[in-house]
Ligand binder design. Structure first.
Ligand code: ARG
Length: 492
């Protein structure tokens, strides 16, 4: 339909190569709304008669209700197919005017902005639910003592809730980033036309308002050439899915027989075709993989836009699949992990057993020596390290099971003036519970701190929920208003 200069029609293979039709299905709805708003504005500015507008709107409403009536064969993209549909249905005299003062270059980026605006609201809402689920689980496991790990080696005593709250904080930062990107996405490029605007009088602010945008992307080159807001969005998703990957990885490790700290619900587990005993964490493993996929979507997008000349180039079409893919993949991953967290079983006894037989109390013991004996930390570190060395050589005996004679020889070797009985008492008293109680610093896993963190995270997430709902209502409200304006023209 667009071929005014070329005499020959496109080679079939080239047409297939050029076509973005497959991925355009996701933006068709927005293309219709954008076309309605644009046509109303054209009428208001005197470029379409009421009769012409009515015809165009009636075809667009038909397309909205029956999208499968739009012929897609033989067209380069959905923009061409939709315009052809309108022209075929209402004739060239009316339909042929729809594309006045517009180009596919401002049109496609308008559609994607509207789509991503909705996606951000959906991802934010899913993320809010996930954070709520994680915090709820934390409330139920505030006192579930377990080892914490560095280098995957037992490090200090913590609680399961402390891990969960650490995820919630990271997810809250993902939320903050995502919430901010919205403002940069929610600006209308429509009316920038091909690259340099139009000599016809158009009202860009009017179409922006009709479509629920906060403002317009002012510069027409910027409006048609820039994809940075989408890159920022995809980068945010890549960071977010890497957070999800970390959560998934922790859960995978802790659900092994060797750890046995948690058990995934049957509904979130897969099995083996061969080994009947298997209960595998496949959904979580896929979340790990999705983090890589979303990252690669971002890298594809960056690679495509890096150093493109200003002004639309067809390369930009290929930004769409990874962008839409990153959205869909992230949304899926959030929903799966949300369900997995809410339904997982916490095996508190197993966690406590691991904590109580662990050398993860070593630092607490050293700190007791610092506090009670005013010992330099370095000296305390040496004593406790030597005690652990002795205990470990006795088949990993817990420190509390050391003999007084072991303690005496360690103290003698380290040349410190501490009574063996006193040290024995410190060691024996250092249960996982005592360790948690003694950990006083802000943000540590003691009960009071857990409760404070739960409170502040719950408050934070409910504030975001209000903002997300307000944004969603604003978009929906502007679409409802647009729908009413369309109906008014169609009924007059
Ligand atoms: N299908 C194209 C895309 O997705 C639409 C814009 C085409 N513009 C052009 N000047 N060829 O980006």
């Amino acid at each position: 339909m667009y071929r005014s200069r070329p005499k020959d029609k496109l080679d079939d293979h080239v047409l297939r190569f050029l076509s973005s039709m497959q991925h355009d299905q996701a933006i068709l709805y927005y293309d219709i709304l954008g076309s309605e708003a644009h046509s109303i504005m054209l009428h208001e500015m005197g470029h379409l008669t009421s009769g012409e507008l009515e015809k165009i709107l009636s075809a667009l409403e038909d397309a909205k209700k029956n999208p499968n009536r739009i012929e897609t064969e033989g067209y380069e993209d959905i923009h061409e197919a939709l315009e052809a549909f309108v022209i075929k249905k209402e004739g060239m005299n009316a339909g042929g005017k729809m594309h006045t003062a517009r180009s596919r270059n401002d049109q496609v980026v308008l559609d994607i902005r509207m789509k991503i605006r909705d996606d951000i609201n959906d991802v934010c809402a899913a993320l809010a639910s996930l954070i709520e689920g994680v915090v709820q689980k934390a409330k139920e496991s505030k006192q579930a003592a377990m080892p914490m790990y560095t280098h995957l080696q037992q490090a200090q005593i913590g609680t399961f809730s402390h891990f969960l709250l650490s995820y919630a904080y990271a997810l809250m930062r993902d939320m903050e980033r995502l919430y901010l990107v919205y403002q940069r996405v929610n600006q209308s490029p429509l009316g920038a036309c091909a690259i340099g605007g139009s000599s016809l009088s158009i009202d860009r602010k009017r179409t922006a308002i009709l479509l629920g945008f906060d403002s317009i992307v002012r510069n027409s080159i910027d409006a048609t050439s820039s994809r940075d807001a989408f890159l920022e969005y995809a980068a945010t998703l890549a960071i977010m899915t890497s957070t999800l990957g970390r959560i998934a990885e922790d859960f995978i490790i802790w659900s092994t027989t060797e750890f046995g700290y948690i058990e995934l619900a049957d509904r979130y587990s897969s099995t083996s075709s061969a080994m009947p005993q298997k209960k595998n964490p496949d959904p979580l493993e896929l979340i790990r993989a999705k983090a890589a996929i979303v990252t690669s979507d971002l890298v594809s997008m960056l690679g495509i836009v890096k150093a493109l000349p200003s002004g639309y180039s067809r390369d930009l079409q290929d930004v769409k699949p990874p962008l839409l893919g990153a959205s869909a993949t992230t949304l899926d991953a959030i929903r799966v992990i949300d369900g997995a967290v809410r339904t997982l079983k916490v095996n508190k006894e197993r966690m406590r057993q691991a904590a109580s037989t662990s050398y993860a109390i070593a630092l607490d013991i050293a700190e007791q020596l610092v506090m009670k004996k005013k010992m330099p930390f370095r000296a305390a570190h040496k004593i406790v390290g030597a005690l652990v060395d002795v205990a470990a050589s006795k088949d990993n005996l817990p420190l509390a099971k050391l003999q007084v004679s072991d303690i005496v020889s360690v103290l003698k070797a380290q040349k410190v003036n501490v009574k063996p009985d006193e040290l024995m008492k410190i060691i024996k008293e250092m249960t996982p519970e005592k360790s948690l109680e003694a950990r006083k610093s802000t943000g540590s896993p003691n009960l009071k701190e857990q409760e404070e963190m739960i409170k502040s995270l719950s408050q934070g997430v409910s504030n975001y929920k209000i903002g997300i709902q307000r944004r969603t209502r604003m978009v929906q409200g502007s679409f409802d208003n647009l729908g009413r304006a369309v109906m008014k023209y169609l009924q007059s």
